[in-house]
Ligand binder design. Structure first.
Ligand code: NDP
Length: 284
């Protein structure tokens, strides 16, 4: 039976630490960190994510700047807004909620965000710095994975770390960050042969696939640490991860639940990233 890695509790701690720093800034009469969130169109899931980000900003005391643009906004108009926010010294973080409507090139938009305000860490400069081992801002989900391991004093150095998924948003940066912490990292993807053999070798397994019940207890080693990044809906429409929780829970030493694991950590790390960006801007 595993120990549950309580993402909700750790996220509350991370946000509490950020809030303490903001409270101090307020007391000292200093500028307050600000996060600008752009939403283009009316995707309902995106609207929920944006609302949550606003709520988190309010909770830690940041200034939250919302830009909700109609679906027919042109790429030029969106880029003009990003340019304006880039040039605004009172804005620390800029985030454009994905997906953007099909007529807009998401890559071009993300590359327009100034790297020092790139709190999602999707800019090639941010990715390059991570690759080089000298990041300033960190991709929120992988950073949340590392933080939760740290909070439970789970050592990464020398461990066999298997990451399932190689997206630019989760899998690849998670692998980089585990490598940076001296894990021995294997990355799996849809062309991996005998996946179960690889996942069974993992001391630390990070799953970021996007398929319910994809990893079951037979695919993990006794005592493995299981970090489930997946956010899926099962047949009953209930939110679940990639891992079959019941069978993995029995065999793992630690496991993140879904919901209440990596999800809240991602949100908290966005707040921490914005605080870091503020520190860069204010030369703290
Ligand atoms: P992507 O769809 O971009 O990537 C999925 C990855 O899974 C790909 O690399 C793909 O391989 C791999 N994959 C697909 N099928 C298999 C298979 N049969 N065997 C092995 N690997 C496979 O997804 P994301 O990385 O964006 O997200 C992954 C999951 O994490 C989703 O459920 C998403 O909702 C969730 N998520 C959760 C967050 C959180 O805060 N908790 C934040 C971000 C994402 P290939 O490259 O070969 O196609």
């Amino acid at each position: 039976m595993a120990i549950i890695l309580d993402g909700k509790a750790v996220a509350a701690k991370v946000k509490g630490e950020v809030k303490e720093r903001v409270d101090l800034l307020k007391k000292e009469g200093k500028r307050i960190p600000a996060l600008a969130v752009i939403l283009v169109g009316e995707d309902p899931a995106s609207a929920v994510y944006v609302r949550n980000k606003k709520k988190d900003c309010e909770e830690v005391g940041f200034l939250s700047i919302g830009h909700t643009l109609p679906a027919q906004t042109t790429q030029e108009e969106l880029i003009a807004l990003i340019d304006k926010l880039n040039a605004d010294d009172t804005v620390d973080g800029i985030l454009c909620q994905l997906p953007v409507p099909k007529h807009i090139d998401a890559g071009a938009v993300l590359e327009r965000i100034a790297p020092d305000k790139d709190v999602d860490c999707f800019h090639p400069v941010s990715a390059g710095k991570l690759f080089r081992g000298t990041p300033s801002l960190l991709p929120c989900t992988p950073a949340g994975v590392i933080r939760i391991l740290d909070e439970y004093s789970i050592d990464i150095a020398g461990k066999n770390c298997v990451v399932v998924g190689r997206s630019n948003i989760v899998g690849k940066p998670a692998a980089m960050m585990l490598l940076d912490r001296n894990g021995t990292v294997t990355v799996c993807h849809s062309k991996t042969k005998d996946l179960a053999k690889v996942t069974k070798s993992a001391d630390i397994l990070v799953s970021a696939v996007g398929r319910a019940d994809f990893i079951n207890g037979d695919m993990i080693k006794e005592g493995a640490v299981v970090v489930d990044v997946g956010m899926n809906r099962n047949a009953e429409g209930k939110l679940c991860g990639d891992c079959d929780y019941a069978s993995c829970y029995e065999k793992a030493s630690y496991i993140t639940p879904v919901p209440g694991g990596v999800g809240p950590m991602t949100r908290a790390m966005l707040m921490e990233n914005t605080m870091t960006a503020y520190g860069i801007h204010e030369k703290l």
